[in-house]
Design a protein around this ligand. Structure first.
Ligand SMILES: Nc1ncnc2c1ncn2[C@@H]1O[C@H](COP(=O)(O)OP(=O)(O)OP(=O)(O)O)[C@@H](O)[C@H]1O
Length: 256
């Protein structure tokens, strides 16, 4: 059973960051989290990962409130790919992916055969097998993003949380990463700014505005000219090709 998000409310510094956020994904689907800067996408991912504790509401993992689970128990089911993962440590691709085995007891024992198989599979899935001995600092941005996804996959999660995974990537690598993620056998939640990429790769999108869900559904149902204007204050012309909406930007309607 995928994560269930029930009526989440979360405040920070006297500011309501998330307000009555509720949704229930279907197993295996790719969910796009959309919304302007500061609308609450990263905060929601943090709550789904169990990093932040909501003030109200609950996140259920297999029917259990994640508040009652240990970090390691959550990490066996939920993996996160952060926006700006980086390190100064001289470490290889294989070592980074091996970190994904920690929740399974892989560093201090555990099943070494299962660890090796999970690492190989994660590297193969992301096209990084032949790079396993490369040093992190020699990799391109797209390759680093793949390694982070491989590390998350080595966790063998059911749920994969990605915060703007296409940031700083050229369009070819953006398409590569999203095609990869959308085909993985996990339920994924991807915070994205590019509505056209969300339309192509997400089964459903959830739109946040000032911490509240203002729309949720398939990209065709949700990504409309009215939605774009009301949430982003931008006028757009939207065409639909083979059931996939495409946003053609026009101009700002309102000031920032
Ligand atoms: N720890 C915190 N303390 C104070 N304010 C916070 C904290 N965490 C988040 N916020 C505020 O909550 C709001 C939502 O932030 P969040 O990073 O979740 O938005 P976002 O949709 O991911 O934004 P972006 O697209 O710019 O990455 C912002 O106004 C942010 O300043």
């Amino acid at each position: 059973m995928p994560l269930q998000v029930n009526n989440i409310g979360w405040s920070r510094g006297g500011h309501l960051v998330l307000d009555e956020v509720t949704f229930e994904p279907t197993s295996g689907e790719t969910i796009g989290l959309l919304g302007p800067n500061g609308s609450g996408k990263s905060s929601l991912l943090g709550i789904l990962a169990g990093v932040h504790t909501p003030d109200t509401g609950r996140v259920l993992l297999n029917g259990t409130d994640i508040r009652t689970l240990r970090r390691r128990q959550i990490a066996r089911r939920v993996a996160t790919v952060e926006q700006h993962a980086d390190t100064d440590i001289d470490i290889t691709v294989g070592d980074i992916v091996r970190l994904g085995r920690i929740p399974h007891g892989g560093t201090f024992g555990g099943d070494r055969v299962a660890d090796a198989a999970a690492i190989d599979e994660a590297l193969a899935h992301t096209g990084m097998l032949r790079h396993r001995h490369r040093r992190w600092h020699t990799l391109s941005g797209g390759e680093r993003q793949r390694v982070q996804i491989a590390r998350a996959l080595a966790q063998q999660p059911d749920e994969l949380l990605l915060d703007e995974p296409t940031n700083h990537l050229d369009i070819s690598h953006q398409l590569d990463i999203l095609a990869l993620v959308s085909k993985l056998p996990v339920t994924s939640y991807i915070a994205l700014h590019d509505l056209n990429l969300a339309a192509v790769f997400c089964d459903r999108v959830v739109v946040l505005d000032r911490g509240s869900i203002v729309a949720m559904g398939t990209p065709t149902e949700v990504i409309t000219e009215q939605l774009v204007e009301s949430v982003y204050s931008v006028r757009a012309h939207i065409t639909v090709d083979k059931g996939v909406p495409h946003v053609n930007w026009a101009r700002h309607v309102l000031g920032p």
